[in-house]
Design a protein around this ligand. Structure first.
Ligand code: ARG
Length: 458
């Protein structure tokens, strides 16, 4: 393809280090789609005759049909997917295939193909996130009233509802989706026609190719268009953030499925056994989601470092842009699917969760709040008195709400029997009825809003 100026062919090492076909063959659909848009435009503009354009388009369809049926051949001598497609086209339709590369370069070609691929990956991530959100919202609706301990520092803090806890992840997923959507909006420009780096002298119609490929407009600077990969980095940044959220949820499922917690049983279909300990049921899927987050962030870092310090315009370093994006996309899709399946199929032991919420004096803040609103104390003083009550409960080895009224009044005589109504875990969650709070009423409202947004039937 470039042999004209060379006396010797590339060494085996050169061929191997240069070949991207082992991974960029994943771009074959995008490559053929972009070539079809390009040749249709060349024909319409009279840059190639309409007969040649039609021959080339039909040939590209044949190549696509072959690749669909038999896969993409991997010949290192052809370097990459662009040359692989063009080579097969030439075998099928003869020298007229050579007209396809008029007014373009592999540089704008790969930038276009890769944008198309990343655009699909973004849409995929959005679908995966929606499926997870649907699972979260469904389970949250079932458990708007189920009480569990809420933690800070992984120490029992205040009772919360399981629905509220699950809806926290719904919100994270929502922001993840908006990050992907923002990446998609910025990606929405077509590099085709930027050619090698400077544009082309042929009278091309860049609006036509942009439109044909579903982009909002052509890119405005050819140097930028062939050498920028921030659309891929935007995608990886969104994927990393999403993976971090998934790994936190995974960690919670792992903890909750452990025997000391006993909050959930994960579905058999997403668990594994042990080859030596017959009783074991391991949360491997959740652990792998947690682990994959590290790899996805690693992919983001890999491409970040590849792009650092590259002068304009294209350098071959940029061929290394694809493996981390492909890897991250595969890992993310699996992680999202596994997580949706685990949330869907988890059995929540609400009795056990409630029991745990009743331990650890989780309603101590409610006692302090009661002293403020019923006895008119400043919160700091109420906090101090409550601390003394907790200490007394610890000394007696009982829960805070099991202290007798006499004991509480010894600590502060302003306490009366009405306090006990505030100390139950149910009263505690019901009281947190501010917008965004854990009260069942709030959770039901948020779930209803989310279902509307997700267009889930009532
Ligand atoms: N396989 C190459 C890549 O992915 C295509 C672009 C080649 N361009 C070049 N000037 N050698 O980056």
């Amino acid at each position: 393809m470039w042999g004209g100026r060379f006396a010797h062919g590339p060494s085996a090492i050169m061929r191997e280090i240069n070949a991207s076909i082992p991974f960029d063959k994943a771009l074959w659909r995008q490559d053929i789609m972009a070539s079809k848009a390009h040749v249709a435009m060349l024909g319409a503009k009279g840059i190639v005759t309409s007969e040649d354009a039609a021959l080339i388009a039909a040939g590209l369809d044949r190549v696509a049909a072959e690749f669909e049926a038999d896969g993409v051949p991997e010949d290192w001598a052809l370097e990459d997917i662009h040359m692989t497609v063009e080579h097969r086209l030439a075998e099928l339709i003869g020298p007229v295939a050579g007209r396809l590369h008029t007014a373009r370069s592999r540089n704008d070609q790969v930038a276009t193909d890769f944008r198309l691929w990343v655009r699909d990956a973004i849409d995929d991530a959005d679908r995966g996130l929606m499926a997870l959100q649907t699972a979260l919202v469904t389970r949250a609706g079932e458990h708007a009233d189920s009480i569990m301990p809420g933690f800070t520092h992984l120490q029992t803090a205040q009772p919360v509802t399981l629905g509220h806890h699950l809806m926290a992840y719904y919100e994270m997923c929502d922001r993840d989706r908006s990050r992907f959507a923002a990446a998609r909006a910025r990606l929405d420009e077509c590099p085709l026609g930027s050619a090698a780096l400077a544009g082309t002298g042929f009278p091309i119609d860049r609006d036509a190719t942009a439109r044909a490929l579903g982009f909002a407009r052509p890119t405005a600077n050819s140097l930028d268009a062939v050498s920028d990969r921030d659309f891929a980095l935007d995608y990886l940044a969104a994927a990393s953030q999403c993976a971090l959220h998934l790994s936190r949820l995974a960690e919670e499922l792992i903890l909750w499925a452990s025997q000391p917690f006993g909050f959930i049983a994960l579905p058999d279909a997403l668990s594994t056994g042990s080859s030596i300990m017959p009783q074991k049921k391991n949360p491997d899927a959740a652990e792998l989601v947690r682990g994959h987050a590290g790899r996805i962030v690693g992919c983001q870092m890999a491409l970040t470092m590849t792009m650092k310090g590259l002068p304009l315009a294209y350098s071959k370093d940029m061929q290394d842009d694809k493996p981390p994006v492909f890897e991250a996309a595969g890992l993310l899709a699996l992680s999202l699917a596994a997580m949706a399946g685990m949330i869907d199929g988890a059995r929540f032991d609400t009795g056990r969760m409630r029991q745990a919420a009743e331990m650890g004096h989780a309603t101590a803040t409610d006692l302090a709040d009661w002293l403020v609103s019923e006895a008119g104390l400043p919160f700091r003083e109420a906090h101090h008195i409550t601390g003394q009550a907790v200490r007394r409960a610890e000394e007696q080895g009982v829960a805070l709400d099991q202290l007798t009224l006499a004991t509480l009044q010894e600590i502060d005589p302003r306490i009366n029997e009405r306090v006990f109504a505030a100390l139950s875990v149910d009263a505690s969650v019901a009281a947190r009825d501010c917008y965004g709070g854990t009260a069942p009423r709030q959770v039901r409202d948020r779930v209803a809003e989310a279902r509307t947004k997700l267009e889930i039937e009532p």
